[in-house]
Design a protein around this ligand. Sequence first.
Ligand code: ZN
Ligand code: ZN
Ligand code: ZN
Length: 102
Amino acid sequence: MSGATRPDLCDDLKDIPVGPMPEGGCAACIELGDTWVHLRFCLTCGVVGCCDDSKNQHARKHAAIGGHPTIRSKEPGEFWAYCYTHDMARALRPRRDTKPGD
Ligand SMILES: [Zn+2]
Ligand SMILES: [Zn+2]
Ligand SMILES: [Zn+2]
């Protein structure tokens, strides 16, 4: 189909900070006594929420309420970011920690 050209990447996903992520799970789920499937990390404010496969979908709710569109996966070994506003994802480069003496 040739229609409107969809950009490969929205502006939200162009410059993703790849820094360390906090420990712990979805605070909102813990408060409710609920569990989650996977964890997502808000790239705007650093809040950790649960994914769309989770019952409470706190990451998506946080994006909608807080106006923070981008998250990245907080799952070990997963390196990607996602924009809820534009329904786009991008791969991230795994962070290489330079260890002294390496
Ligand atoms: Zn976007
Ligand atoms: Zn949650
Ligand atoms: Zn946020």
